[in-house]
Ligand binder design. Structure first.
Ligand SMILES: Cc1cc2nc3c(=O)[nH]c(=O)nc-3n(C[C@H](O)[C@H](O)[C@H](O)COP(=O)(O)OP(=O)(O)OC[C@H]3O[C@@H](n4cnc5c(N)ncnc54)[C@H](O)[C@@H]3O)c2cc1C
Length: 423
């Protein structure tokens, strides 16, 4: 299985975009030489060695994040004007896949930070002064950021419910109280972008806002609750806000409940495709493990198991499923990066990639388990971790039912142009 071939000249991944051969004439400006996916692959060798212990303990891989910071990855998607690398969507995906091949948890957790800058570059939703602080914080001070939205009672915020976390006006500022679940990166986060309800007068529609909470704010507490089946090292703990006092400028944005948030499609593209890349990375690791196993495993029968037709068919199917997933992700990435209006329905292509990649990759890892056989269940082997980790992104946006509804809406409810008769 080849490496993911994403990236543009601006990222220094010459000619790898969507698998095309190098084409130097496409580029009219000096090309930085950083090959981010290759650097990620080199760095991630150490992550693979640490993954089993962190998974078993459910501990956070601080060493991996120190390595990523040291190698300049914290600024990968940060705009150049703030000292970042301003990597394209494609390069971001290729980097995530490389990290996920070694450790799915590190990739998923790091994605939460990286996607923030990609989304904001395309669809600004935060006040410029805060965005600059987040960018400079990432590049110069190693500060990580994530959105903190989910709650036990709320479920997925994408469902449009009203959070219980509340920001009450207090003087010129706010007082924030509540508890959030699934706060990925909690052990290291500096910038917490917190979704909260904002009280409105009786009879007025409910409103929600995003508030900036800093790790150093008195009243912020992390409850180490994360103990899950998969992605055990993401540190996705509960965060509690105990009547935190916030100055007025901490309100980043505000909207009526049910109104789309300002990140719009960019939010979905960077998030959902990042999940695809992470999932493909995990499935590829399982595939490589199964192939190596099938080539070497020779039970007492004197035949290497790769000679059995069932094993051969399963390996071929795994490659087909992973290749199809990468092709769909690549297609959605190209559609998203194309000039506006030139690719039909790019957000639908993102939805298709998310749904199909996840299902394909889950099936691919299941097949890899069957190739390896009974020992695939042993905790000592990484493949059982891949089997658990590959499922996690099912429960992150864009959720399958909503993605399918989006596709159905495009086909059934939007303005319709009848197909032209074939000539
Ligand atoms: C590894 C991991 C990391 C995460 N990191 C973060 C993070 O950093 N920050 C954060 O805020 N959140 C995070 N989350 C939370 C995630 O985004 C979801 O909010 C969470 O998984 C709950 O989603 P849910 O759909 O299962 O919940 P629920 O909304 O309770 O849904 C339960 C079920 O009902 C279905 N359902 C609910 N409403 C509808 C509807 N309107 N239409 C159709 N079906 C519906 C859902 O599809 C699902 O099957 C993380 C989750 C995971 C697994």
């Amino acid at each position: 299985m080849g490496l993911a071939g994403f990236g543009t000249a601006a990222d220094g991944v010459l000619g790898m975009h969507c698998g095309l051969p190098p084409s130097p004439t496409r580029y009219t400006h000096p090309v930085p030489t950083t090959d981010w996916p290759a650097r990620a692959r080199d760095l991630a060798a150490a992550f693979a060695a640490r993954a089993e212990r962190h998974d078993r303990e459910g501990s956070f891989p601080f060493e991996n994040f120190a390595d990523l910071r040291e190698a300049g990855f914290y600024g990968l998607t940060v705009p150049r004007r703030f000292g970042g690398a301003e990597a394209s969507l494609g390069t971001y995906l290729a980097v995530l896949e490389q990290i996920a091949r070694a450790d799915g948890s590190t990739a998923l957790a790091f994605m939460m930070h990286l996607k923030t800058f990609g989304q904001e570059r395309e669809s600004p939703s935060y006040p410029p002064a805060w965005f600059e602080r987040m960018c400079v914080g990432a590049v110069q001070h190693g500060q990580l950021v994530n959105t903190v939205a989910t709650e036990e009672g709320l479920g997925s915020p994408a469902g449009g419910g009203l959070p219980e976390t509340i920001a009450r006006p207090a003087g010129a500022g706010w007082r924030l109280s509540g508890r959030k679940t699934f706060t990925t990166l909690a052990p290291l986060l500096h910038h917490f972008v917190v979704l909260a309800r904002v009280p409105t007068p009786d009879g007025q529609p409910s409103e929600v806002g995003n508030f900036m909470v800093l790790r150093t704010d008195p009243g912020l507490r992390i409850d180490e609750t994360w103990d899950s089946l998969s992605m055990r090292s993401t540190g996705s703990h509960d965060v509690v806000f105990e009547d935190i006092s916030l100055p007025p400028d901490r309100l980043l944005n505000r909207r009526a409940l049910g109104q789309a948030d300002a990140r719009g499609g960019a939010g979905m593209a960077w998030f959902a495709l990042g999940l695809c890349a992470t999932t493909i990375g995990v499935a590829s690791a399982a595939r490589d493990y199964a192939v190596a196993f099938a080539r070497e495993r020779t039970p007492n029968s004197n035949r290497t198991i790769k000679e059995y037709p069932g094993v051969r068919t399963r390996i071929a199917r795994i490659d087909l499923l992973i290749h199809r997933s990468r092709a769909l992700m690549d297609d959605a990435c190209r559609a998203w990066e194309a000039p506006p209006g030139s690719a039909p329905q790019p957000i639908d292509r993102v939805a298709m990639a998310k749904v199909d990649t996840l299902n394909n990759c889950i099936e691919a890892v299941d097949l890899a388990m069957r190739v390896v056989g009974g020992v695939s269940l042993q905790k000592a082997r990484p493949i059982e971790r891949y089997y658990r980790d590959v499922r996690a992104a099912l429960h992150n946006p864009l959720l399958e039912d909503r993605a399918l509804e989006q596709l159905a809406r495009s086909a059934l409810d939007e303005p319709y142009e009848p197909p032209k008769a074939a000539e």
